[in-house]
Design a binder for this molecule. Structure first.
Ligand code: NAD
Length: 251
């Protein structure tokens, strides 16, 4: 399998969860993957799994909310490869809480990681992506981007911004032959959803709301990411692909 042979990919938040699954799939398909995460230990573990499976990757500590981390990453990739073909803006955090109780600090943190991080990476990596024959940015949004769910209004607002930014950037970056698409997951069993899904009532509610009758796993997202990363999607930009077991269709 080598649908990404020769491609250079960057995945943010790739230490665990969806980002790790995407990084590992990309490496299996022949990409060299920059596995970036705020947590260097888990990023290293993802790279170790990739290496064990015969793939190529490098772990880099990058907090997407810190401009200097992103600048250093871009400089390193420029020095090592001179270009990037794929950027997956996956890093994200969840802050639970009703808006009326949300502190400025909580909102700022949520926005700095989930929105500013996507904009910063997409802006600062453009010089690298422009040098690709088929640059591709993939933003991980959410089916909740345009819906309400208590107590997640602030989180869903950041995902609404990611979906809107995806469409705006798609129009702008078409000038440079760089595609920009979003993937909107439904409910996926990861650290972010762990607390909620450990509540039997919440788990049952969400499974009942999913026409396919099960929650998703990080591996369920990797096919969509591979599609947008590969040359199979050369004429797709500004798309928002739902990977949710049918949940949004049925809501
Ligand atoms: N799990 C779901 O049900 C679900 C649904 C819709 C969207 N999403 C989105 O998918 C993405 C991945 O989520 P996940 O479920 O794999 O979560 P996760 O918590 O399992 O993994 C998130 C990763 O991001 C990293 N991270 C956190 N803050 C960071 C920062 N400032 N800079 C760099 N890395 C940082 C974490 O260290 C972790 O490795 C997120 O954007 C999330 O909002 C998840």
């Amino acid at each position: 399998m080598s649908r990404l042979a020769g491609k250079i990919a960057i995945v943010t938040g790739a230490g665990i969860g969806i980002g790790a699954a995407i990084a590992e799939r990309f490496a299996r398909e022949g990409a060299f993957v920059y596995v970036t995460d705020i947590n260097g230990e888990t990023a290293g573990e993802t790279v170790a799994r990739i290496a064990k499976a015969g793939g190529k990757a490098a772990a880099v500590v990058v907090d997407v909310s810190k401009g200097q981390d992103v600048t250093a990453l871009v400089r390193r990739i420029d020095a090592e490869h001179g270009r990037a073909d794929v950027l997956v803006n996956n890093a994200g955090i969840l802050v639970r809480g009703e808006v009326r109780n949300l502190t400025d600090a909580e909102w700022t943190k949520l926005r700095e990681v989930n929105v500013d991080g996507v904009l910063r990476l997409s802006r600062d990596a453009l010089p690298l992506l422009r040098k690709s024959a088929a640059g591709s940015i993939i933003n991980i949004s959410s089916i909740m981007a345009n819906r309400g769910l208590r107590p997640l209004a602030a989180y869903t607002a950041t995902k609404g911004a990611v979906t809107a930014l995806t469409k705006g950037l798609a129009v702008e970056y078409a000038l440079f032959n760089v595609r920009v698409n979003a993937i909107s997951p439904g409910y996926i069993e990861t650290a972010i959803t762990d607390r909620m899904l450990r509540l039997p009532q919440a788990r049952k509610f969400l499974i009942d709301k999913t026409p396919m009758g099960r929650l998703g796993s990080p591996d369920d997202l990797t096919g969509a990411a591979l599609f947008f990363a590969s040359d199979d999607s050369l004429y797709c930009t500004g798309a928002d692909l739902l990977v949710d077991g049918g949940m949004a269709a049925g809501l």
